[in-house]
Design a protein around this ligand. Structure first.
Ligand code: SF4
Ligand code: SF4
Length: 410
């Protein structure tokens, strides 16, 4: 079986993350990618927002350190650790690097921690596009000899799972992410965009951080999972995302970008094609809690499905007054200006940002980025239905039928 068709699950024993990462990379013979001395390598962790490692929002610094140390055995000339975080402020990635503990690891290991927005840009054409013909990203993607994806296992309110494919969305720089959310508000189109983006930055190697994971209302405000403690590695991001689904008790068909990745030919979701080394799925199986708001994939004509997804499944934002500090991060990062500041910014604990339901595209960026985890979503199915054309049509039909019955009974 070719190496590209190997996957591994390694258990982290006694919190020895480094051993598990080394075992994982050795098991899949990742040294086959280290073709020469002096290689330039880009590591792409998840740096969603400025949260400490124990909150399980960002790739754990111990995983980043272990991968750096494994790579150093092959005498690379440069190792970059880069991402562009979820915020739009120019220093948001730098702050996330510091808070996540990754900056300190890079300093100690003498490698370069770099916010991708500080690098030279390049426009990349997308081959065989699903929805994007080109993407603007960092020139580093072209300049390095090897890209290593370092995602984290987290549930995701919009996509259900964020791991391999979704992590490369971070190669899109700052405000360009918001632009993509605004351009592709439906989950279907957004997942197509994710697959196109992954295909351009396609990492040759992936090491998944399952040391601390996140369940529930991920990717920024869920619950920490500290009893999974695994490292996964492989070459095929679609297969690895599928493997993660099986481990956390999620039907892979609920993660739209997996099916789209297969369609585009960037990987395979058929795990029978792969040799799995190390732990079995059953031995590490740990069902996750999933977000309260789940994406909908309706097998209906597209305009009907989009209407129902937009109207009936539209989520409502709830902002916790006691938690909100009126910091402004949510309204500054909303891609469609659906959040605005309240009249009095000094009345912390009394006022919260103002939400415009009509403008909101349910991208969940505000919840992902809120440092206080003050934003929650829920779907009011009945109310949404009643105030939609479907609901009005339904009520109208019932009324007409009732009137007809009444007339005939007189
Ligand atoms: S909801 Fe969160 S991000 Fe928005 S103003 Fe309040 S604390 Fe800041
Ligand atoms: S309000 Fe929040 S969920 Fe709605 S569009 Fe703005 S950032 Fe996205």
């Amino acid at each position: 079986m070719p190496l590209q068709k190997t996957l591994t699950i390694q258990r982290i024993v006694d919190d020895d993350v480094e051993k598990a990462v080394f075992d994982a990379l050795n098991a899949i013979e990742a040294k086959s990618l280290m073709k020469k001395q002096g290689m330039k390598i880009l590591l792409k962790p998840n740096l969603l927002s400025a949260k400490p490692p124990e909150r399980a929002v960002t790739t754990h610094p111990l995983v980043v350190r272990a991968v750096i140390r494994w790579l150093k055995q092959f005498y690379p000339s440069k190792i970059y650790v880069g991402d562009s975080s979820g915020g739009s402020a120019l220093n948001s990635t730098a702050i996330a690097l510091k808070t996540s503990g990754i900056q300190a690891v890079c300093d100690e290991e003498d490698v370069i921690a770099i916010p991708l927005e500080k690098t030279e840009r390049k426009i990349y054409p997308v081959a065989n596009p699903l929805i994007l013909n080109e993407i603007a990203s960092t020139k580093l993607l072209d300049d390095v000899d090897l890209i290593v994806n370092l995602p984290k296992i987290k549930t995701h309110s919009q996509c259900t799972l964020t791991c391999c494919i979704k992590n490369m969305f971070g190669t899109i720089i700052l405000t360009k992410k918001a632009e993509k959310h605004a351009r592709f508000p439906s989950i279907d189109k957004f997942c197509s965009a994710l697959v196109d983006i992954y295909s351009v930055s396609k990492p040759q190697l992936t090491v998944i951080d399952g040391f601390l994971a996140m369940e529930g209302n991920g990717p920024g405000a869920g619950d920490v999972v500290d009893d999974l403690k695994i490292i996964l590695a492989g070459y095929d991001g679609v297969a690895l995302d599928t493997l993660v689904c099986k481990i956390i008790g999620l039907d892979p068909s609920k993660v739209l970008y997996i099916e789209k990745g297969v369609k585009k030919g960037i990987g395979s979701s058929n795990l029978e094609e792969f040799k799995l080394i190390g732990e079995s799925i059953e031995s590490v199986f740990r069902p996750f809690k999933f977000p309260r708001v789940m994406p909908v994939s309706l097998r209906l004509p597209r305009p009907v499905a989009e209407y129902i997804a937009d109207k009936i499944f539209k989520s409502t934002i709830k902002i916790d007054k006691e938690k909100c500090k009126l910091c402004g991060i949510c309204w500054k990062n909303c891609p469609v200006d659906a959040l605005t500041p309240p009249d009095d910014l000094k009345k912390i604990g009394e006022y919260v940002p103002i939400w415009n339901k009509e403008k909101c595209i349910s991208c969940y960026c505000c919840a992902e980025l809120c440092p206080e985890e003050a934003i929650d979503f829920k779907i009011k199915y009945f109310k949404n239905f009643l105030f939609s054309y479907l609901g009005l049509g339904f009520l109208g039909s019932i009324t007409i039928i009732a009137l007809i019955i009444l007339l005939f009974s007189l």
